[in-house]
Design a binder for this molecule. Structure first.
Ligand code: ADP
Ligand code: MG
Length: 150
């Protein structure tokens, strides 16, 4: 799997916008990485690519926010789940009509019962450098990430 290095928040957002081109209703994207890794910046870029006009903000710990775009965008944060809270706290339902983005999402794949999703791993490698690696799970995501040349 290829890793992209971005050198500014704008580059990370641009990667998200590029990714948004292949998004379909029902997609789930899990954003995985430490605090400050750029999960929310990537989410902002995805929102731009989906035509969301409202400003995307960091999700609160458990409440999902919904934005209107080419597809509805649901943006949630599972931080507390990863740190021992109950999954019932996460305000995310399966949505066949929307794109669902979950920050700190590695804790939720089991509980959401999904086997098709895109995981995006982000890590800081310098003040302004981030390594970003898409990890497709399931055949549809493998094909789409391949089509994007990522
Ligand atoms: P997270 O949601 O993973 O906690 P954020 O996206 O909220 O992270 O914050 C990332 C922070 O890092 C922002 O303050 C942003 O300006 C800064 N930053 C610096 N370089 C980059 C980069 N290449 N990509 C994304 N964010 C960057
Ligand atoms: Mg965040």
């Amino acid at each position: 799997m290829s890793t992209v290095t971005t050198r500014s928040p704008a580059e990370t957002r641009a990667l998200g916008t590029r990714l948004a081109a292949v998004l379909e209703p029902g997609d789930v994207i899990l954003l995985v990485g430490d605090l400050g890794a750029g999960k929310t910046e990537l989410a902002k870029g995805i929102a731009v690519g989906l035509g969301v006009e409202e400003a995307v903000v960091s999700p609160t710990f458990t409440l999902a926010r919904e934005y209107e775009g080419r597809l509805p965008l649901v943006h949630a944060d599972a931080y507390r789940l990863e740190h021992g809270r109950d999954v019932a706290d996460l305000d995310v339902q399966e949505r066949d009509d929307a794109v669902t983005l979950i920050e700190w999402g590695n804790a939720v794949t089991g509980v959401l019962g999904i086997d098709e999703y895109l995981e995006v791993r982000l890590s800081s490698v310098g003040d302004d450098e981030r390594e970003i690696t898409p990890v497709p799970c399931g055949p549809s995501w493998q094909a789409r990430i391949g089509a994007l040349g990522l």
